[in-house]
Design a binder for this molecule. Sequence first.
Ligand code: AMP
Ligand code: MG
Length: 352
Amino acid sequence: MNMKVKIKSALLAVLLVFSSLSICACGKGGKAEKYTEYIFDYFDTVTTVTGYAENKSEFDKVVETLSTKMKEYHRLFDIYNDYKGVNNIKTLNDKAHGEGNAVEVDISVIELLEFSKEMHALTGGKVNIALGSVTALWHSYRVSAEDGEGEVPSESELLSASEHCDINDVVILKDENKVYFTDPALKLDVGATAKGFATEKLARMLESEGISGYVLSLGGNVRTVGRSPDGEKWNVGVESPDGEETYPALLALEREALVTSGSYRRFYVSDGVNYHHIIDPATLFPSDRYKSVSVVCNDASLGDALSTALFNMSLDEGRKLVSNFEGVGVLWIKNDGNMETTALFDKYSVKN
Ligand code: AMP
Ligand code: MG
C-alpha cells in the first residue's frame, strides 16, 4: 500500500471507530482523555488504536507495547519476507518439505495453524489456509495489473495449483513446536486468519494488564476492550463497501470483535469484471455473492475466519453455519446493496 492510500485509509478508520462520548471522560483516578494513534507498518494495513488514558504519555506507552507485539506477529505470519533469526510462515513454505525438513516455529505460529485447521473443519473447507498455491497465483496476476487492469489466470494454471491445497498435508508436531508439509508444493496463506488472530491476542494482552477503554482496528478487524471510563459503549460502524462516508450499520460494543471481509478491499479489473482477493475453494475464482460480510462475536480470530468462510457460502449455508456457533451475529451486504442480518447482529445495532 502506498503512503497516500495508507493515509486515506487511516482517515477512513477515524470515521469507523468512535465513542459516543466527547473528548473528556472522568476515570477513577481523575480525568481520562481520549487519544488515537495510527500504526502503518504491519500486516499491510493501517492499525488504529483509540483509547482513554490519564495523559498522552500513558497512552503512548500502551501504543508502544501494542506496536512491539504487532511487529512480532507481523514477522511470524509474513508469507512474503524473511527476517533474520525468525522462522515464519514463509520459512515453512520454503523449507518444510517432508518430515525430515520439519521446521521449528514460535508457539504463536503453532496456535494460528491449529486454529486455522480447526476453522477449515468447521466451515467445510470454505476458509482454507492451505489454498496458498491458488491465492499466490491470483496475487501474482493482481500485482502485475497496470492501472488496475490485468489478466486472469488460466483454468489449467488454477487447476494444477489446486492440487496442492489439502489442509491434511500440513502436519503439526505439537510437542516439538515443528511443522512440515507432506506435499512439498503446498503453500500456506494465512491472510484470512492472521489479522484476527493477532487482534485478539493484542486485545487480551491489554486485558491481562488491566487496561480498558480501548478499541483496536487492524484493517477490517475491530476489537473493543471495555467501555469508556464513563461507562459508555463504543459505537463502531461497518465500513461502506461503496466508499461512502455513511455506515451500513452501527453497533454498540463493549468487549466484542467486528470483522469484515469485503470484495472492495483488494481487487483488479479484467474485461470489465472485478477480480477480488477472496477465493471460493469450490470454483477457484473470487466469490461473487456479496460486497461484504461482517461478523460480530466475542473473539476476533473467530470473526476473521468466519467472515472469510461466510463470504464463500450462500446465505442459506451461511445461516446454517452460524447457527452452530453461540454468540455470532452476521451482516451480509449483497451485490445489489440489500442487506441481510441475523437476529444477534440486529441486537447490537444502534440507530444510524
Ligand atoms: P479476509 O480479508 O480475512 O477475508 O482474507 C482474505 C485473504 O485470505 C486473501 O487476501 C487471501 O490472502 C486469503 N484467502 C483468499 N481466499 C481464501 C480462502 N477461501 N481461504 C483462506 N484464505 C483465503
Ligand atoms: Mg478473514
